[in-house]
Design a binder for this molecule. Structure first.
Ligand code: DGY
Length: 330
């Protein structure tokens, strides 16, 4: 019997790839850069399954060129690159990889927080450039963490893990802004749910963990940075378009806020001349929050399970659109 055809849009860790290769007739895109959209269209024309990355745009027009497609298994927890309503309308299941990357992402968000607060990257670049002349009483002064207030925008799994680190390790007070209350954060971490304005005004550190949707796009712009403390440190490890990047650059240049640490930008990658990359008070990482061996293995396993379940008519392990239900393609 012939095995179901699938396209895997980039090489993923063996932990998941092995399962995919054993169960399907898979073509794996071998390049470092994503396939162009017309190439992707051709590749999935005959496929029952697709493993996509956050760099692949999966929209209605693309889905219409794949009449046999049963499942899009996104190798990420975020799925803003997939038009989920369009997939649902066509009976196509969509999967993602929640849980596997929670700790790694919170670790990286915290690393950015510390690096930005304590000017680690700026001072290390100076040291490497031979600008370390002596010990200076007024050199590279940063901001303290202990006992300060961390604001979390989006108290889901990752927001909670970030808050837990700050509360447990640095005795920080936790504020959060979310449409949905998180009773566990309120009980375990004494987190206080506040309105967006209060979050902006009272946070010493503000870390973004919201999903990117039409309504959250651009939620941090000039107006929002103006409301923040001049000593505030802004962290974004969620998605670049949640932030108006030009406004962030202006706020950092003008000293409206103290510093920023971001793992995501808009666009990705940024132009090498983008001022954000060159500001001394900005730490920019190239979207590496989930980049640990164990985490990427875990993501690959969930991704493979989702793909195979989608093809064989089983419930997906992490199912973004279970409402597709009985209308799913068989
Ligand atoms: C995700 O999973 O959404 C991250 O951005 C990449 O791991």
């Amino acid at each position: 019997m012939s095995r179901p055809r699938v396209f895997v849009s980039r090489r993923i860790p063996e932990a998941g790839l092995k399962r995919i290769l054993a169960a399907t007739d898979a073509e794996v895109w071998p390049e470092q850069l994503p396939p162009a959209s017309d190439v992707l269209r051709k590749k999935i024309a005959d496929c029952e399954g697709l493993v996509s990355l956050l760099t692949d745009r999966i929209d209605a027009a693309l889905l219409d060129t794949a009449p046999k497609l049963k499942v899009v298994s996104n190798f990420a927890v975020g799925f803003n690159n997939v038009d989920v309503p369009a997939a649902t309308a066509r009976g196509i299941c969509v999967g993602n990889t929640p849980g596997a990357l929670t700790d790694a992402t919170a670790d990286l968000a915290f690393a950015l927080l510390l690096a930005a607060a304590r000017r680690v990257v700026e001072s290390a670049i100076d040291a490497r450039a031979g600008k370390w002349k002596t010990w200076e009483p007024l050199g590279y002064l940063g901001v303290d963490l202990a006992g300060r207030t961390l604001g979390i925008a989006g108290m889901g799994r990752i927001g909670y893990a970030m808050a837990k680190r700050a509360h447990g390790g640095w005795d920080m007070n936790i504020l959060y802004y979310d449409e949905v209350p998180n009773p566990k954060a309120e009980t375990d971490l004494k987190a206080r749910r506040v309105d967006f304005d209060t979050l902006l005004r009272e946070s010493d550190f503000l870390s973004v963990h919201a999903a990117l949707t039409d309504s959250s796009k651009g939620m941090f712009g000039a107006k929002e940075f103006a409301k923040m403390k001049q000593t505030a440190v802004f962290i974004n490890s969620a998605r670049g378009p949640l932030v108006d990047q030009k406004a962030l650059v202006e706020a950092l240049k003008a000293g409206t806020i103290f510093a920023a640490g971001v793992d995501v930008t808009d666009p990705e990658p940024p132009d090498p001349n983008d001022p954000l990359l060159h500001l001394p008070n900005a730490v920019v990482a190239p979207h590496i929050a989930s980049a640990t061996y164990t985490t990427r293995d875990g993501m690959a396993e969930i991704c493979a399970d989702n793909l195979i379940a989608g093809i064989t008519g089983q419930p997906l392990r992490a199912w973004v659109n279970p409402e597709v239900g009985g209308r799913r393609r068989r």
